[in-house]
Design a protein around this ligand. Structure first.
Ligand code: HEC
Ligand SMILES: [Cu+2]
Length: 348
């Protein structure tokens, strides 16, 4: 059958949608594929934002249906028919009522949306900070996250732990967001809105996650070459898990004499000018704190699982996982890297 010219774009569209679907399906089946969803809020601020979004979507959805139906109705009812006269139809100029209606109704809608949005922003930003609140300083770096818990003396990277906050035992976490270099944006959709980390301009946000588990987020600002590999993991811990995590993180680094060779290489290389390991001469802050490296599931802000093989490959050449990462290939021999990895894997 001969295709009518109008069918061609439709056919390409169908091909495109089916193609995209087929391309994404294997990703969804892959267990490493993690996702986040703004429509599954788990904190008070995220829920407020969610209801606001539903409200705005309902209003704009109704508008879409009304305007769309009118367009379809008019286009169908007044379509060109065989035998229609060739000359222009009668021209109609202006209607005060109609023009007033389509000015006043949108203004009312905009005012309602504006006021509800302002109310929600105000409620989230001015929430009182309870004295029991956990305070975490989040520092965005090209291309990883630093998490500091000043009251607990804990410093970690890329994987943040926060306590569960229930109505019986409210335990909210207040974040202070800073940047070490350029603009970044902290966004864990289930836990709250997106907030930028701007150099010399501290921002704040808070969360009171009500369901334990791991939540995924991502730097939502194009902060440089490896912006897409700047993932965030937030572990919402039950009281027992939280106590155990805090206890472990407060410990000094394990000092295992069996890996003295690796430790010696680590401490005599430039590693120490960029990385800190509590209780050793390594005091650098340019890169992630490695004191409890093995307590993290991933390395390099979620770019790879934290396994000895990946640590080896990372130290050999960080660019293989993350082209653009700000850690140089250190030109160590394979034996030296093996020793360093043996040392790093003791840092629980
Ligand atoms: C010039 C500074 C610099 C030097 C020198 C350096 N690193 Fe790094 N390192 C970084 C930065 C920056 C990152 C974060 C990269 C990213 O995720 O984008 C990093 C990441 C890491 C990570 C992953 C940590 C995590 O939790 O994600 C390990 C492990 C590591 N470095 C080990 C080493 C070792 C071992 C050496 C020495 C042989 C070394 N680094 C030398 C800057 C440095
Ligand atoms: Cu970023």
């Amino acid at each position: 059958m001969q295709l009518k010219s109008g069918a061609r774009p439709i056919r390409s569209c169908v091909f495109l949608i089916v193609g995209l679907f087929l391309a994404v399906t294997p990703l969804l089946a892959d267990s490493r594929f993690v996702s986040s969803n703004t429509f599954l809020p788990e904190t008070t601020p995220a829920r407020d934002i969610y209801y606001l979004a539903l409200f705005a979507l309902t209003i704009t959805g109704c508008l879409f249906v009304v305007v769309g139906s009118l367009i379809f109705y008019a286009a169908f009812k007044y379509r060109a028919r065989k035998g229609d006269p060739e000359n222009e139809p009668a021209q109609v100029y202006g209607s005060a009522q109609v023009e007033l209606a389509w000015t006043i109704i949108p203004v009312i809608i905009i005012v309602v949306l504006f006021l509800t949005t302002a109310r929600i922003i105000y409620a989230i930003q001015n929430a009182p900070v309870p004295s029991s609140a956990l305070k975490v300083t989040v520092i965005g770096h090209q291309f990883w996250w630093e998490f500091r818990y000043p009251e607990l003396g804990i410093v970690t990277a890329n994987e943040m732990h926060v306590p569960l906050s229930t109505s019986e035992q409210p335990d909210p976490t207040f974040l202070r967001l800073l940047s070490a270099d350029v603009d970044h944006s902290f966004w864990v959709p289930e836990l709250g809105g997106k907030t930028d980390l701007i150099p010399n301009h501290p921002n704040e946000m808070w969360m009171d996650p009500q369901k334990a588990g791991v939540y995924y987020g991502q730097c939502a600002q194009f902060c440089g070459l490896e912006h897409s590999k700047m993932l965030i993991r937030v572990y919402v811990d039950t009281p027992a898990q939280w106590a155990a995590w805090v206890h472990d993180q407060k410990q000094p680094a394990v000092d295992d004499p069996k890996v003295a060779a690796g430790r010696q290489i680590f401490e005599t290389q430039a590693c120490v000018s960029c990385h800190a390991v509590k209780g050793t001469s390594a005091k650098g802050t340019y890169g992630p704190d490695l004191t409890h490296l093995m307590s993290r599931a991933t390395i390099a802000a979620g770019a790879a699982d934290n396994t000895p093989a990946n640590l080896f490959a990372w130290i050999k050449d960080p660019q293989t996982f993350k082209p653009g990462a700000n850690m140089p290939a250190m030109q160590l021999s394979d034996q030296q890297i093996e020793d360093v990895v043996a040392y790093l894997t003791t840092l629980h």
